[in-house]
Design a protein. Structure first.
Length: 135
């Protein structure tokens, strides 16, 4: 049987995870959660919160880098301008759709995984934790 803390509000915690998955805006609370990580708290919610935060930051960062690169390329090239702007639109639409899909999976209480990005988020987090412990 699972140990359930009667003082913890699971619905409120679940709602907090939705805020992390809001496209663009969810990046900031996710980044703050990763920055303020507390090693002493090992609750299952804390673990889930860190996973969702890592995924949100990785998705938003990838989108922002792609958006900036495609926008810069569209400004620099006359011939490829329209094609790069269309790709930029597809990238942005994909980011919003993936975020919505993750929100639906969170609502259904299914695991939040995006092929490639979940692994990348774990690898980046391992690197950041190692760098933080060195300093």
């Amino acid at each position: 049987m699972k140990n359930v803390d009667p003082t913890e509000n699971y619905d409120l915690n679940h709602l907090q995870l939705f805020f992390y998955l809001i496209p663009v805006l969810g990046f900031f609370p996710s980044l703050w959660t990763l920055y303020q990580r507390d090693k002493s708290a090992n609750s299952s919610f804390k673990t889930e919160q860190l996973k969702v935060s890592r995924l949100s930051v990785t998705l938003a960062s990838s989108w922002l880098i792609g958006y900036l690169l495609l926008g810069t390329g569209a400004e620099a090239s006359e011939y490829l301008s329209l094609r790069l702007l269309i790709l930029n639109t597809f990238l942005t639409s994909g980011y919003f759709l993936v975020s919505m899909m993750l929100m639906i999976r969170l609502y259904q209480r299914k695991p939040l995984r995006v092929p490639g990005f979940s692994l990348l988020a774990r690898q980046v987090d391992k690197y950041l934790v190692e760098e933080k412990t060195k300093n």
